[in-house]
Design a protein around this ligand. Structure first.
Ligand code: PLP
Length: 378
């Protein structure tokens, strides 16, 4: 008996590892050396790290020296915010749709935090930014490049112009945008930018903080002088090797990344025809992310029904404990009514048109069953 392969459309949670990244990880495991050692084995490990640094830099248009390797997107965000606070910022502005890593680090930073609202499509409302930047001392603004739940792309370059005019700093969480749309760090006008390997087809547990000349990266953990004193601890050589290989492949595949948008939109149409809603549809979005909602069809019920059909997707917001909570992002968009019903479908480098169709079939079948049951009860 041949079994149908499962359909994986949860790339915004973690992308499957790319073959190039897996190979690079395995090759790196064969190296014995510590990249800080001066002998041949150490130099070979150092070479792997520096080759990867160059590749990760190229993904976002910066030189290798701007890249600090860390343990993932979370740490990159934490390092950026803590560094800005250590450098003397007096206030932090976070958009209403930032990842918990940003929201909670800002909240724990000890400086005052204000929230930049988003409009009904989930786009940051920049008309409010100047007023939030006003006041004594410097402000750090955190605005992600693309949202993890809706895929909505944020007006980062426009925000940067406002932030610069007020002599503020801008941190950009580009964890979800990387590898899905082209990124040019200078054109964005960011001071710091967070990346994560496992969202682009690299291994989990490795990421990078990109820092421009205005940012001062201040080490958070003390120890050795690795990463030019910015992040102590022996580098995750294999993880970094995989990150570098994934960055090369992601940059190479960018022209094809837009294909997902056609397949995504076809599924969106089927959902809308059946009475569902697509969130953020009026804004520019990552081509491979779909956030949908259907009133009465709870997020976790959708996830479970699709899982039974061997289709893997996420609730709008699944926290690390695996519990599903109402989507904070959908609430910020003024759709609290839909927040308990949000579902995120996200494809990526290995997704096919068939995956999106299978997902649509499974979703529609489940939605029909739910509708029939609701009619029976009524
Ligand atoms: N930022 C965003 C927008 C994310 O979606 C995620 C992961 O879901 C992170 C940061 C955290 O990245 P990591 O899992 O590498 O810590």
């Amino acid at each position: 008996m041949t079994s149908k392969p499962a359909t994986y459309l949860d790339y915004n949670a973690t992308a499957p590892i790319r073959p190039e990244a897996r190979d690079a990880v395995l090759r790196a495991f064969e190296l014995a050396g510590n990249p800080s050692s001066v002998h041949a084995a150490g130099r070979a490990a150092r070479d792997v790290v520096e080759t990867a640094r160059k590749a990760v830099g190229e993904l976002v248009g910066v030189v290798a020296g701007s890249v600090t390797f860390v343990s993932g997107g979370t740490e990159a965000n934490v390092l950026a915010i803590d560094s800005a606070v250590a450098s003397g910022v007096k206030r932090i502005v976070v958009s209403a749709i930032e990842h918990d890593a940003v929201v909670e680090t800002a909240a724990a930073s000890g400086v005052s935090v204000s929230v930049l609202p988003v409009d009904a499509d989930g786009v940051a409302d920049l008309s409010k930014l100047s007023e939030l930047l006003a006041g004594e001392g410097r402000t750090l603004v955190c605005l992600m490049l693309a949202n993890n739940e809706t895929g909505v792309i944020q007006p980062v370059a426009q925000a940067s112009a406002i932030v610069r005019a007020a002599d503020g700093l801008l941190h950009v969480d580009a964890v979800q945008a990387a590898g899905k749309i082209a990124i040019d760090f200078s054109a964005l006008g960011a001071d710091t930018l967070a990346l994560s390997a496992h969202k682009i087809g690299g291994p989990q547990g490795v990421g990078a903080l990109v820092a421009g000349t205005r940012a001062n990266v201040v080490r958070r953990q003390h120890g050795g002088g690795q990463e030019r004193g910015r992040r102590a601890g022996t580098e995750n050589v294999a993880g970094i090797a995989g990150f570098g290989a994934a960055a090369v492949a992601a940059l190479r595949d960018l022209p094809q990344a837009a294909d997902q948008g056609i397949w995504r939109d076809a599924l969106a149409q089927r959902v809308k025809d059946a009475g569902g809603v697509v969130l953020g549809e009026g804004a520019a979005r990552l081509p491979q992310t779909l956030c949908l909602a259907a009133e009465g069809f709870a997020s976790q019920v959708q996830v479970m029904n699709l899982d039974l059909a061997e289709v893997m997707v996420s609730a709008g917001s699944a926290c690390s404990s695996g519990k599903v909570k109402a989507s904070r992002v959908v609430e910020a968009m003024g759709r609290s009514d839909l927040a308990p019903f949000a579902l995120r479908v996200s494809g990526g480098w290995a997704s096919t048109e068939a995956d999106w169709i299978v997902c649509g079939d499974a979703w529609l079948a489940a939605w029909k069953r739910i509708g029939a049951r609701r009619r029976e009860v009524a």
